[in-house]
Every structure is written in C-alpha cells, then in structure tokens.
Design a protein around this ligand. Structure first.
Ligand SMILES: [Fe+2]
Length: 456
C-alpha cells in the first residue's frame, strides 16, 4: 500500500517521517525559503529508497542552471534508479524529466515536467520545475499555459492555489496580459504574503508598464512577508534597483545592489546574472560603480561554468569586459563557439543568441558601435530563445540604443527610443535618452561635414 502526499499523489516513501520531510521541502521550494536541500536530505535519511526524494534533489539542482550541479544530479538519479522497482508512475516520469536535463536536453526536460502536470495536475513540484525551466528557456507562452492547464485542480479553498496563481500571473505578464497578471498576482499575495514569486510577478507588471514608483512601493510594502531566509529575495530586490535606475536614482540603485542583490560574494549563477545585469545597465549610463565589477568578475571566473548555459555566459562576459580581462573574454567566447557547434538546447541558445550577443558586447566595449548595432539588431528579434524574462532581455535593447547614440546614428537612436517610450512614456530614463538623441547632429549634416573634410 503506497503512501499518498497531501496533494493526493501516491509516493514510494516507506514511512511517514520521510514523506513529512519531503512535503516540507516542497513547501520550502514553493516559497524559495529555508534550505529545501537540507530538508530533502532529512527525508532521504529516513528512507534512502524514496524515489521522489531523489527526484526532488535532481530537479532542484537542475534549476540552478550551473554545470557544477551535474554531478549531484547524476548521483541523485543513480540513487533513484537503484530503487526504481518500487517507484510509482509519476516518480518514473520525474526521473525521465531530470534525465533529460542531465543529458543537456533542457527543452525536453521542460516538456517532460509539463507532461507530468497534464497527467497529475496536483503535482505542484512538477509545475514549479516546468515553470522554472520555461523561464530558463524564455518560453513565454508555456509560462502562461502550464499553470492554466492545472488551475482547475486547485479549488478556491485550497491553501496552495495561490502558488499556482502566482506562476500563472508571471506567465500572463510575459505574454503581455498585464491587467490580468496584476490581479492574479495580487490575489496570490493576499492569500500568502510569503509568496515571493507572486510578488515578483506583480513587480514585472510594474516594470513593463514603466510604473517605477508603484514598483518601489510594491517591493518595499510587501518585503516583510518574503524577505527573510529567502533565496529568491535578491531577484525581487534586483527589480527594485531597476525601478530606482529608471527613476535615474543611481545612488538608490547601488544601495540596493550592496545591501540586497550582492551583499556578499557568492558563486551562485542566478545571483551573479542579476549583479552583472545591474552593473551593465549602470555602465551604459556612465555611473561610477567603484570596484564592484572586480569582485563580480572574480566570482564568475571562480564559477568556471562557461559553455553550459549561454544566458549565464553572456552575463559573465560583461564582467570580464568591464574589468578589461581579455584572457577571460577569450575563454568565454571560445566556450560559446564550442557550445554553438553542439546539437543540444544550449547549442541552439549559443548559436542563435549567446555568441552573437557576446560578440556584440565585445564590439560595444571596443567602441566599434556599428558592428555592435548590426549584431544586436539581428539578435533582438529572437533573443527570447536564450531564456530569461522581457525585463532581463531589455539589456540588449538598452545596449543597442546606447550604441546608436554613441555612434551618432540619430535616426536609429530616435526610433529605438520611441519604441521604449511607446511602452513607458513617462519614464525618466527614456526621456533622458530622447534628449540625447535630439541633441545629436542630423546625420545628413554629419555626412556633408565628413565629405567636406575628405576634400580638404
Ligand atoms: Fe524578474
């Protein structure tokens, strides 16, 4: 007789204590708080043959998007495989999905976790893994559609319905349904103020609408509910720093960077991505960031994960470009080139977005703005293929806009800035870009001047 978890799903746990620890780990991961890895180890200590416990561990490690997690995933899957004889069907499906990730078929892993959701709509863990992998893959529509598929199985009275709503809200936001996303995200936070992901979904809505002050107020007002012992809080604070930066309040952005985004030196890829993304935005605006890049570049170098996930590589190369570390720049470019020749998911990401974007950043840094513009203009049409959110990928648009301004490409700069203003018409930073574009000489007169010089 198999035990059944509190979601109504059968599990292979041999005793109630192992199942209790497992459920606690699922609850911690759903809210990104505490130490779910330590909790699942407690579960497995009580029952080393608990297949779902090993699958939890493998999936959690995969969400880090780090090469260094592979050995842990492989060990967890080996352990699960040794006990597969008494696994239930759902656990076998988890094993298959995690194996897909381990074989670098990231897209296959997202799809397989999605298959579990369709079959077992009350498997919150499978939904969260599918959601996070859809995020790592930039699958906007699936971020919306997978939660939509399972919502019917989470009635209003279910205490955890809010967590599904929070994920659905993020998917809706990524698909441009801002009003619906805001309403569902706010509902989820009402149901559980600790729901850091739902808070994040609403923050994205404010970001996309350019409601900077609403964003600042939202993060600060809700923070008491989610900031403690939370391993995703840094990312909500990254959004807070974005709001400050778009208000042109760079001192506030740096204060948030120091206190909440990068309060200490870590080698966690997700944290370093946000740190690079913030410092690069400030670099584009010529804001003095002190020696922050030096610390960050050293951490990227120590992680040494290049060639595993192109989204991370592009953020690593920013740190090496900013610190003038040519050797590390070459190392990242070589890894991206090697990855681009492979047929796995990251091969596609590196080929289509990662490598051209890294080359564009290199061109930008050596002030070869025409090359940077050309590369970035090509890539931006399909940049979602290397993962992340619209807010994260805005870095690409910000860089090409800055390149156009620095190259004196008045018309192009104006066009790109108008694009930004169409989405965020009252954004202080966008308005400052518009002033710069208007101050540029007309390209026709520049051409005349160039020709005149040529004839001298
Ligand atoms: Fe975000």
């Amino acid at each position: 007789m198999k035990l059944v978890d509190s979601f109504g799903n059968k599990v292979s746990a041999g005793n109630r204590t192992a199942l209790d620890f497992y459920e606690r780990a699922v609850g911690q991961l759903a809210l990104y708080r505490g130490d779910p890895m330590a909790t699942i180890d407690e579960s497995l200590a009580n029952d080393p043959s608990f297949v779902m416990g090993h699958c939890f561990k493998a999936g959690l490690l995969a969400t880090t998007s780090e090469l260094g997690a592979e050995s842990g995933i492989a060990s967890a899957l080996d352990a699960a495989g040794r006990h597969i004889g008494h696994a239930v069907e759902r656990e076998r499906m988890h094993l298959g999905a995690a194996h897909a990730w381990l074989s670098r078929d990231f897209a296959g892993a997202a799809k397989l976790y999605g298959d579990i959701c369709a079959e077992y709509p009350r498997d919150l863990l499978a939904l969260q893994f599918a959601h996070l992998f859809d995020f790592l893959l930039g699958n906007s529509t699936m971020l919306r559609d997978r939660p939509a598929q399972v919502l019917h199985a989470w009635p209003d009275l279910d205490a955890r319905r809010g967590q599904v709503l929070g994920m659905y809200a993020f998917g809706l936001e990524e698909c441009g349904a801002y009003d619906e996303a805001e309403a569902l995200g706010r509902r989820a936070v009402e149901l559980n103020p600790a729901d850091v992901w739902a808070v994040h979904s609403v923050a994205h809505v404010f970001e996309m609408r350019g409601q900077n002050q609403s964003g600042v107020d939202w993060i600060n007002r809700t923070a008491l509910g989610w900031r403690e012992h939370n391993f995703f809080a840094f990312h909500n604070y990254w959004h807070l720093a974005l709001f400050h930066a778009d208000n042109c309040d760079y001192a506030a952005a740096l204060e948030v960077y120091d206190s909440c985004i990068r309060p200490q030196s870590t080698r966690v890829a997700g944290e370093m991505v946000d740190a690079s993304a913030m410092l690069w935005r400030l670099r584009l605006r010529n804001v003095d960031t002190g020696d922050r890049w030096t610390e960050l570049a050293a951490s990227w170098e120590a992680l040494g994960d290049e060639g595993y996930y192109a989204f991370n590589d592009v953020h690593a190369i920013m740190a090496f470009l900013a610190t003038g570390n040519h050797r590390q720049v070459v190392r990242i470019l070589s890894a991206l080139e090697a990855a681009a020749r492979r047929s796995d998911t990251n091969g596609m990401m590196s080929r289509e977005v990662g490598l051209p974007m890294a080359n564009a950043l290199c061109a930008f840094e050596r002030r070869d703005y025409e090359v940077a513009i050309d590369e970035l203009q090509r890539v931006r049409a399909h940049a979602q293929r290397f993962g992340g959110s619209h807010a994260q990928r805005d870095l690409l648009h910000l860089t090409v806009t800055e390149a156009a301004l620095r190259a004196g490409r008045r018309s192009l700069a104006r066009a790109l800035i108008e694009e930004r203003l169409s989405r965020k018409p009252r954004n202080d930073f966008n308005l400052s870009l518009l002033t710069r574009a208007r101050d540029l000489p007309h390209e026709e007169s520049m051409q005349v001047a160039r020709e005149a010089l040529h004839h001298v």
